[in-house]
Design a protein around this ligand. Structure first.
Ligand SMILES: [Mg+2]
Length: 273
């Protein structure tokens, strides 16, 4: 046994090193991914990252956007320059690696979101770069209206420039300053431009009518503007987060993980055997 003792010590040492290196940045309480308070997002993130269907939906959105823009440009008013307004996150840039880190590391937004933004590593959503370039090629102004915080401007520019998104200049990027309500920023753009299209993954990218509302109210507001979708409103898929999630919690994210889990069960339409 004596001569095996140093080997045993070495094995224990190596094992501990492995555990430490595997769990860097990981909440110590998380022993397995299913213990993560963000584990409920696992299927949504996996779908977003691995489903060919997700890519297809993104391509579909941008193909429709292009057809619609072509039609709009035939009859658009010419009193002011035209603009297309884009949201950034999960519309042009894919932040799903951050959402995956939430699942695996047991963190939730906004923990470590800042580090992800500063890394400027988000990849373009499929079809996004091509469409924004197309808008630019048609002589239409591009505005980036995002609820990233104002102090994340530099990192946001860095990330967009990494892929050569067009018109990435401070006057065309409007981040969140005092409010997450995008309506005042859209109004500001309409002072100088005719907005011909809004592109986003969250209803707040199109209207305030679905913000801080319950599920039924959001449905009703969406039904009221059903003719806009695929025309002036282009929607990208995001099953990972959004105002739709808050609607399930009565827009109160401060409740416990258990309460959220309960509410997610409660809102479902269930076949009763
Ligand atoms: Mg977004």
């Amino acid at each position: 046994m004596k001569k095996f003792f140093p080997i045993l010590l070495l094995a224990i040492g190596l094992l501990s090193f492995q555990i430490v290196s595997d769990t860097q940045g990981v909440d110590k309480k998380i022993k397995k991914p299913s213990d993560s308070p963000a584990h409920y997002m696992q299927l949504a993130v996996a779908w977003y990252q691995t489903a060919a269907e997700t890519r297809a939906l993104c391509y579909q959105a941008f193909n429709i956007a292009r057809m619609s823009l072509d039609l709009t440009l035939q009859t658009a008013p010419s009193d002011k320059p035209l603009a297309v307004v884009f949201d950034i996150d999960e519309t042009l840039l894919d932040n799903s690696p951050y959402q995956a880190a939430c699942v695996i590391n047991g963190i939730s937004y906004p923990t470590q979101w800042g580090e992800w933004i500063q890394a400027a590593m988000a990849e373009p959503v499929p079809g996004a770069l091509e469409f924004v370039n197309y808008v630019n090629s048609r002589g239409v102004d591009v505005f980036y209206v995002s609820n990233r915080k104002a102090d994340e401007l530099e990192a946001t520019i860095k990330n967009l420039n990494k892929f050569n998104f067009p018109q990435v200049e401070e006057s065309h990027i409007m981040l969140r300053e005092t409010t997450s309500n995008k309506e005042p920023r859209r109004q500001k753009i309409t002072e100088t431009h005719n907005i011909v299209m809004l592109v986003g993954d969250n209803m707040g990218d199109f209207t305030q009518d679905c913000t801080k509302k319950n599920i039924e109210e959001r449905f009703a507001a969406t039904d009221n503007m059903k003719n806009q979708f695929g025309r002036t409103y282009i929607v990208l898929p995001n099953p990972m987060y959004g105002d739709w999630e808050g609607a399930m919690y009565d827009n109160d994210y401060s409740i416990t993980a258990e309460q959220k889990d309960e509410l997610r069960n409660k809102v479902m339409t269930v076949f009763k055997y």
